[in-house]
Ligand binder design. Structure first.
Ligand code: ATP
Ligand code: NI
Length: 422
């Protein structure tokens, strides 16, 4: 597997909650990917859809939520893909691309496959997989269960629910090691102690026999991380893992996660509303607003040259004392609940830079500058030079004609300010 291949990729994820009154599009066409050893930050205010995105990946969306069947959630770990290809040969299909195997199309079964092989040798129950993926939306529940917690682990936003107050920390770790890794007795105890030690909990043997309430907040969070790591997952999703902790402990936990990542090459999806935390953790950032990703870029790039006014607002809120709050210091109002199709920019009602068009056109993600790795969904982003030049000719905000040639296809509309201002 090449270094740049993702271990987890999500494309066009849509998760809706259907109620009597309305359909809430909590996640509305979200795409992202994360590579081994890298951290993708997902940032946005309360209600932007971060947790529902994470729970969708885990196959844990609460009723009445539904992940749309056209969504793609792909897990690319070759050993797991190989296991599934051998277990479900009838539901395994092949894709030409870089295949080194025999005639790739010969064995294709396009109808209800959920395992896709891209580079492999042999076939059927002897197949050796170098590259491919399992589609978790199409996969049977048994496969999703095999992934959840073992291949992709999650630290939940509501940390208190992650530890059971009635059992010792040791019981909880050993139970996981028994059910998922088949470890028992002394071996399980030693492995549990080693796990506690690896997350920086001193005197691990004694702490195994203690109950969660005997741990401080920071030590509880370390124990929760130990539980998440017990099955040696390839991907760790952290949903606001430090929000409840004070600043010093928060910094220690972030450092711990970085060490774990360096040791284990685990891919991390780090969810937070705090741009300061993003700066410390992420390699790449996706900014979410009302169910959509409105900007995505490598972290330095996003901080240097934000391409979306919402990102600018989040960045301006960093030095404030709103760290634990979910409201932005610099932008009034709050995230709307997305119901129905997006027919306009969902941020426009709060946007200091919104113009008429923003209330009528739904912006799609376009490159910021000529960097294909940096994309923003904002009409302020010109999409190519000609167009930018033409719009410049039309002048600035005072130009009454600006709206007139913009009533057609939304994806081709731009505004003239030549990129973000700060
Ligand atoms: N069980 C549910 N039923 C109906 N709507 C829900 C449900 N769970 C989440 N939602 C809606 O989905 C949207 C996204 O919620 P989500 O919890 O993902 O936000 P978030 O970005 O994680 O916010 P926070 O920072 O507060 O955790 C919200 O509008 C919320 O009301
Ligand atoms: Ni959340």
């Amino acid at each position: 597997m090449a270094v740049t291949d993702p271990i987890l990729s999500v494309e066009g994820l849509q998760t809706s909650f259907h109620t009597d009154k309305e359909t809430i599009r909590a996640v509305d066409d979200v795409s992202f990917a994360v590579e081994p050893g890298r951290t993708l930050g997902i940032v946005g205010e309360s209600g932007s859809g971060k947790s529902v995105t994470a729970r969708s990946v885990m196959g844990l969306v609460d009723s009445p939520g539904v992940v749309h069947e056209d969504s793609r959630i792909r897990y690319h770990e070759p050993a797991f893909v190989q296991r599934m290809a051998r277990r479900y040969p009838d539901r395994t299909r092949t894709r030409a691309r870089t295949s080194s195997g025999p005639d790739p199309d010969a064995e294709s079964n396009e109808s209800d496959g959920f395992v896709t092989l891209e580079a492999f040798e042999g076939s059927g129950t002897d197949v050796v997989v170098d590259r491919g993926f399992v589609d978790l939306v199409a996969a049977p529940e048994a496969v999703v269960r095999a992934v959840r917690g073992r291949e992709i682990a999650m630290i939940f936003q509501d940390a208190s629910s992650s530890l059971n107050p009635l059992y010792t920390v040791g019981n909880q770790l050993e139970e996981l090691l028994r059910t998922h890794r088949g470890l028992r007795g002394q071996e399980a105890t030693e492995t549990a102690a080693a796990l506690l030690e690896s997350v920086g909990i001193p005197d691990p043997h004694r702490r195994l026999s203690e109950y969660p309430h005997q741990f401080s907040g920071g030590m509880q969070q370390r124990a929760i991380i130990a539980l998440a790591l017990a099955c040696e997952p390839s991907v760790l999703i952290c949903d606001e893992p430090t929000t409840a902790l004070d600043v010093t402990i928060q910094a220690q936990i972030l450092e711990l996660l970085a060490e774990i990542q360096a040791d284990r090459d685990v891919a991390i999806v780090f969810i937070t509303h705090d741009m300061g935390v993003i700066a410390q953790t992420a390699d790449r950032v996706s900014v979410m607003y009302a169910g959509e990703i409105v900007e995505t870029a490598p972290v330095d790039r996003l901080f240097d040259r934000p391409g979306h006014p919402y990102t600018e607002g989040l960045l301006e809120s960093i030095p404030g004392i709103t760290r634990r709050g979910n409201r932005l210091a610099t932008i009034d109002g709050r995230v709307p609940t997305p119901t129905g199709d997006a027919t306009a920019c969902r941020f426009a009602p709060r946007c200091p830079k919104a113009f008429e068009e923003c209330h009528a056109v739904h912006p799609s993600l376009v490159s910021v500058g000529d960097d294909g790795d940096h994309r923003a969904a904002c009409l302020l982003q010109p999409t190519d030079e000609d167009e930018a030049g033409r719009l410049e000719y039309h002048g600035g905000e005072s130009d009454g004609e600006v709206g007139e040639d913009r009533d057609g296809d939304s994806s081709e509309h731009h505004h003239d300010e030549g990129g973000p201002e700060r």
